[in-house]
Design a protein around this ligand. Structure first.
Ligand code: GLC
Length: 722
């Protein structure tokens, strides 16, 4: 349809019909047959079956048959024949599930993130989905928050690069093209910083930190073309994001010139009442619409109250019309007026979902997402010897992680190992699965004298431990991050038996693993790697794939150290090696300042040496390093560029990631890696604006945030390429 046709259509709608376009409900609410789990509290919101035309978009319908039925019925009932738009949480895959985003971010591979998003779009579009509520670009610094699993970690730059890659993967050149989705970046803004890591808790941060640390990734996703953005549950500067005009109007619409659709989160309009900034649903509706929320998700305050707000001149019709036009434009941009069913096809679902090609890519990406954190020369394991396999995740297929779009199981570690070991070469012990907290389960059964007898003949034991996937994701905040007592005890018992212990951690967040590291001869962060988890881990453990993952979120020594992140501020009394025994310094008496494992850390079966660090100040300014693979095994090294602004008008982090390069190196191969330094890299949000300040900068190249080589130089505008 042309813009004029859309405007003409808009003007034929009455107020109720306009509000239908601004309402999104799960089919559970209007008796639809498409029954999917509600992704929020079920407060009994139900509308009449006939009223199902009183909505303009559907939440989380997940199959072509139901979508086609709902769309067909709606179009028969809607006199204006405005198609429904189907939106869903396709977060890390649809039927082929990829590693949780926090894991995938550890591959430091935008191409992996893009490929996973492309496949997710292909699989979900044939099931009738038009929009995905992804990427989640919320920066995170607190592993007590359950949704860190959904993020790309603690660095603004990496978060932005990977969020943009996801948008490109979902939308391709145009989301109206076959097998593409429109991307909705979320949760705007700073939802990832709840106090205490407690879900939905208060977010309180300075405007400067919001600008400099938390907003860049959302902007990167919008710059990549994301067509929608979702308001977050939390407050920003004491105003809930859903009613926050500074966020939604001043920054998003005016400064960033965003012209897409803004959708609320699940009843976040209604939650303005609980926040205490709306006395009732009418005020909640008014404040949300005035802030610029176009679609109200999973509540009907727009439908219920906006007609009277307009009649009483409390809300202008322009607000309503602008919101409706944004939605009609989105539907038109996706070609839904011409083809309301877009890619929905029950036949293609069968051929495309979980295809061998998709699974093969998921397996590779999963292997690149795990992070090897310790290896006392016992990995790779010897395929010709019996191995022991113990722990609650040894045989568990529940390795997909939260937000896995209705899929439930993947390849277990045992199944993966059976592709290389005959069953009689794998000795199983203590493999009872760990339940989840909401079922009242917090530990595996205690060991008894017979529990580990079957492992007698095994020199090496793989012990698979962690947290239940349902204890992660939304509503999955935790105050204690250690492994459960009996899991820690299992690891210690195996070590006391004289075994070589390979510990795998299955979790959706950095756990407190310092207590078990001394008992582990090797330790790998296995996250939740999705459908192909067991196969990918077997590939890594047997050396078919050389580990290459690098952490994108710091691991704390202890929960008491949180928040701990690499790009911290120095403070006026920074802790250094020189003042290690001085009292009046910014440190703990009982814990280091640095994290247990730092951002960017990870090891492989190869060894890489860094030499010949150099800075070239002839234009363009560059910094280089030579990396040598001194092992007999091909490997992938992620070379990281960090920068520190030595003296600036506002406090700056002690270092910030500004570039990275994943380089494959053959045995004994050396390669020089060069990073251009740009003015944009050094531009930051100062007192009240973005600026570049000439001055001294420390340029660093390293294997991770703690292990770098650096030099300080003066940089001004004379050093930029002409
Ligand atoms: C949830 C989540 C959001 C999700 C939405 C729809 O509450 O906060 O990320 O996209 O509801 O399921």
């Amino acid at each position: 349809m042309t813009n004029k046709q859309l405007l003409d259509l808009l003007h034929t709608l009455n107020t109720t019909e306009k509000l239908a376009q601004l309402t999104q409900l799960n089919p559970v609410c209007f008796g639809g047959d498409c029954i999917t789990d509600l992704t929020g509290p079920d407060f009994g919101l139900r509308v009449s079956n006939e009223a199902s035309i009183a909505i303009g978009s559907v939440l989380n319908c997940d199959n072509a048959s139901d979508m086609i039925e709902l769309q067909k019925k709606h179009l028969e009932q809607d006199p204006h024949h405005i198609p429904l738009i189907f939106m869903a949480d396709i977060i890390h895959g649809f039927k082929t599930i990829f590693p949780i985003p926090l894991a995938m971010s550890c591959s430091f591979s935008p191409s992996n993130v893009e490929e996973a998003a492309r496949i997710a779009a292909h699989e979900s579009s044939v099931s009738g989905i038009h929009v995905t509520f992804s990427p989640m670009a919320d920066l995170v610094r607190d592993p007590r928050w359950g949704r860190v699993m959904e993020s790309c970690g603690e660095d603004p730059y990496l978060n932005g690069v990977l969020s943009a890659a996801a948008v490109t993967g979902y939308q391709g050149e145009d989301p109206s093209f076959p097998y593409k989705l429109a991307s909705c970046v979320k949760h705007f803004a700073a939802y990832g910083m709840p106090e205490g890591g407690r879900e939905y808790n208060t977010v309180d941060l300075s405007y400067g930190t919001l600008r400099d640390i938390y907003l860049p990734a959302y902007k990167a996703a919008l710059d990549a073309g994301a067509r929608l953005i979702m308001s977050s549950f939390n407050i920003v500067d004491r105003i809930p994001a859903t009613a926050n005009k500074v966020l939604m109007q001043d920054i998003l619409r005016k400064e960033w010139d965003f012209s897409g659709v803004v959708i609320s989160d699940f009843n976040s309009v209604g939650e303005l009442i609980h926040h205490g900034v709306a006395k009732d649903g009418a005020v909640a509706a008014q404040k949300s619409m005035e802030a610029g929320i176009d679609i109200e998700m999973m509540s009907t305050h727009y439908l219920d109250h906006i007609p009277s707000l307009i009649e009483e001149d409390k809300l202008s019709i322009e607000h309503l019309d602008n919101a409706v036009l944004n939605v009609l434009n989105l539907k038109n941009d996706l070609g839904l007026f011409e083809n309301p069913y877009k890619d929905a096809s029950t036949e293609q679902e069968d051929s495309i979902h979980l295809s061998p090609e998709h699974r093969a890519k998921a397996r590779r990406i999963a292997a690149e997402s795990a992070v090897l954190l310790k290896n006392e020369y016992i990995l790779p394991i010897d395929q010709n010897k019996k191995i022991g396999l113990a722990g609650p995740f040894a045989c568990s297929p529940h390795v997909l992680g939260s937000w896995s779009a209705g899929s439930t199981t993947g390849i277990s570690l045992y199944e993966g190992l059976l592709q290389s070991f005959s069953p009689d070469c794998i000795c199983l012990a203590a493999t009872e699965e760990l339940g989840c907290s909401l079922d009242g389960i917090s530990d595996i059964p205690p060991l008894n004298s017979e529990s580990l007898l079957s492992l007698e003949e095994c020199e090496t034991v793989i012990v698979a431990v962690g947290e239940h996937q349902s204890d992660t994701g939304e509503g999955g905040s935790k105050a204690f991050l250690r492994l459960s007592h009996n899991q820690e005890n299992l690891i210690q018992c195996l070590k006391s038996m004289g075994k070589k212990v390979v510990t795998l951690i299955f979790s959706g967040r950095p756990l407190e693993i310092a207590p078990i590291l001394p008992y582990s001869d090797a330790l790998m962060q296995a996250w939740f790697l999705g459908t192909e988890s067991g196969n990918a881990l077997a590939d890594l453990l047997l050396g078919k794939v050389n580990p290459s993952g690098r952490l994108t979120m710091s691991f704390p020594y202890t929960t008491g150290q949180i928040p701990v992140y690499y790009n911290r501020y120095a403070t006026g009394r920074p802790a250094t090696a020189e003042n290690a025994h001085t009292r009046y310094v910014s440190r703990y008496l009982d814990c280091p300042v640095s994290p247990f494992f730092s951002f960017g850390y990870g090891i492989s079966y190869s060894e890489f040496k860094y030499t010949d660090f150099s800075i070239s100040t002839t234009r363009p300014l560059t910094v280089s390093i030579t990396v040598h693979n001194c092992s007999a095994r091909t490997g992938i090294e992620t070379v990281q560029l960090y920068i520190r602004h030595i003296s600036s008008s506002v406090v700056r982090p002690i270092k910030e990631l500004k570039g990275f390069k994943r380089i494959p190196l053959e045995p004994d191969e050396s390669r020089t890696v060069t990073f251009p330094i740009t003015r944009e890299m050094l531009t930051y949000f100062g007192k009240d604006s973005y600026l570049f300040e000439p001055g001294n900068y420390e340029l660093m190249i390293g294997k991770n945030a703690e292990d770098t080589i650096s030099a300080i130089i003066y940089i001004d505008d004379t050093l930029w390429a002409v």
